[in-house]
Design a protein around this ligand. Structure first.
Ligand SMILES: Nc1ncnc2c1ncn2[C@@H]1O[C@H](COP(=O)(O)OP(=O)(O)OP(=O)(O)O)[C@@H](O)[C@H]1O
Ligand SMILES: [Mg+2]
Length: 474
């Protein structure tokens, strides 16, 4: 989130209006500047100094619709509040369509402007968050296309970088949709073999006999249907990488053959006595625990030792929730590009639901959810209602989750301990404010918006409860 005090520009030809608005907003704690020139306003936005624009566009020579659309395009992070004359509701509606965030009707009432500007500040912080996510995606880290800042992912990237160079066998385990196939390709791309073939084959997809000939090839006439010689995938992958997916479903006979090829890089095609030698890097994936299969004696222990040289465990998405916004933004960009849409990001409610959901289908399910939303959304931001229905019931955002436990304890005490109501309410109030301050890094603007009180009220209460500087009280 943006942590600075929101900077507001007031654009109005009326000097008295400029003065009264800027005085009021400064008292509310904002940084305020004023101008009567649309060109000067644009220049100021260009220099990146403005977060919120409060504008009366009833200025000769200005077409409000075009002006607002321009801002939306060139300065999407600026939140615009339109000031309109009394009774020009139509102008206000057009303005919202053109990209204004909200409007205020003159004469302007203190409470209205306070609430509207606070909402705009929240919106700005959110846009900033979406923007920051995009920036993060732009600054490359780790492997191409493998998105993740979580330490578990970064560690995987380190391992891949360390082993990519050689021919070491790599085993990946993890739930479906965690990125095993993506990573297998990443290992190949990072290796000196990148210009040679990358061959992917799923051991669970073919019956045993077919799999054997598919992998190792066969000679003409070796079995019914073998009408000509076939080289097999291991040979096709010579010089490159072979990715054996779902290795856990390989049959016992197949396991013996695999063991040999891993040990000696040698095999015989089906129906042949001639030995073939290949140079392949073998990458394998399993979506269940192979050690367990060894214990159950359905997977050969010697083969397990042979392939368990470098074992990469792909974390489930719910175990790296911090990466969800980043991944969501990555897929948003991807699908917007694909279908030619312009969506700037996610609303707070949508992000909260995405983060709270358990994602049994991991990254694949998240990718599908975002694609679904991009196709269906009609707005410039993905909202909760655009997400698949499974996410609608997920209530992610709960600012009071943290102090709830503390409050439970307090209430129990209060119920047994008679005292005046006002005093009884002080303790829970202090706990709530303290937790909110902590959660917002002692940013008072953010804390006040979260608690839906104005900043003056927050200051007073902080003073009253001695929650002042940095919170290192007590
Ligand atoms: N870290 C990531 N960053 C970006 N995209 C990812 C990431 N992890 C997975 N994906 C994407 O999610 C989808 C599913 O990933 P992938 O097919 O690699 O999973 P998998 O573990 O091989 O699943 P399965 O076990 O079902 O084969 C793919 O479209 C992939 O590009
Ligand atoms: Mg896969």
């Amino acid at each position: 989130m943006s942590t600075h005090t929101p900077r507001i520009l007031v654009l109005d030809e009326d000097r008295i209006m400029q003065d009264s608005l800027s005085q009021f907003l400064r008292r509310e704690g904002y940084v305020v500047s004023t101008t009567d020139s649309p060109d000067a306003a644009v220049a100021k936005m260009e220099s990146g100094q403005i977060d919120i624009l409060l504008a009366d566009l009833n200025i000769a020579g200005v077409k409000p619709g075009a002006f607002l659309r321009d801002i939306r395009r060139s300065h999407p992070q600026v939140v615009v509040i339109l000031l309109t004359g009394y009774g020009s509701i139509e102008q206000a509606v057009d303005a919202i369509k053109a990209g204004a965030f909200d409007y205020l009707t003159k004469p302007i009432i203190d409470d209205e402007i306070r609430v509207t500007v606070e909402k705009a500040a929240r919106q700005h912080a959110l846009l900033f968050e979406n923007y920051a996510l995009r920036q993060q995606l732009d600054s490359r880290f780790g492997l191409e296309n493998l998105i993740g800042r979580d330490a578990k992912v970064q560690k995987i990237v380190d391992v891949v970088n360390a082993v990519a160079e050689g021919r070491t066998t790599v085993l990946m385990t993890g739930e479906s949709g965690t990125g095993k196939s993506l990573l297998a390709r990443g290992i190949h791309q990072r290796s000196p073999r990148r210009d040679r073939p990358f061959i992917e084959i799923s051991c669970g997809a073919l019956p045993e006999t077919l799999l054997e000939s598919e992998l190792f090839g066969h000679v003409k006439g070796s079995f019914t249907g073998a009408v000509s010689d076939k080289p097999g995938r291991f040979l096709s992958a010579d010089g490159g990488t072979i990715f054996l997916d779902e290795i856990n479903s390989a049959s016992p006979a197949m396991q013996v053959k695999l063991l040999r090829v891993l040990q000696e890089r040698k095999f015989e095609p089906v129906g042949s006595t001639q030995t073939t030698t290949v140079d392949v890097r073998v990458v394998l994936a399993s979506n269940c625990d192979l050690q367990q299969l060894v214990a159950e004696q359905t997977f050969r222990q010697d083969l397990y030792y042979r392939i368990n040289v470098v074992n990469i465990r792909m974390p489930s998405l719910r175990d790296r929730k911090g990466d969800i916004p980043l991944l969501a933004m990555h897929f948003l960009r991807l699908y917007c590009k694909e279908v030619g849409r312009e969506i700037i990001g996610f609303t707070e409610a949508a992000l909260a639901a995405l983060t709270a959901y358990a994602w049994p289908g991991n990254v694949r399910e998240l990718e599908n959810a975002v694609e679904h939303s991009v196709v269906l959304s009609k707005r410039p931001q993905i909202d909760l209602s655009d997400l698949p229905e499974t996410l609608h019931g997920v209530t992610g955002y709960d600012p009071f989750a943290e102090p709830r436990a503390a409050l439970d304890g307090l209430f129990n005490g209060l119920l047994n301990d008679p005292m005046p109501l006002e005093r009884a309410l002080e303790m829970p109030e202090r706990t709530i404010i303290k937790a909110a301050l902590k959660r917002n890094n002692y940013n008072r603007q953010a804390t006040a918006s979260e608690l839906d009180i104005n900043r003056t009220t927050l200051y007073k209460k902080m003073r009253k409860y001695k929650l002042d500087v940095g919170g290192e009280e007590e």
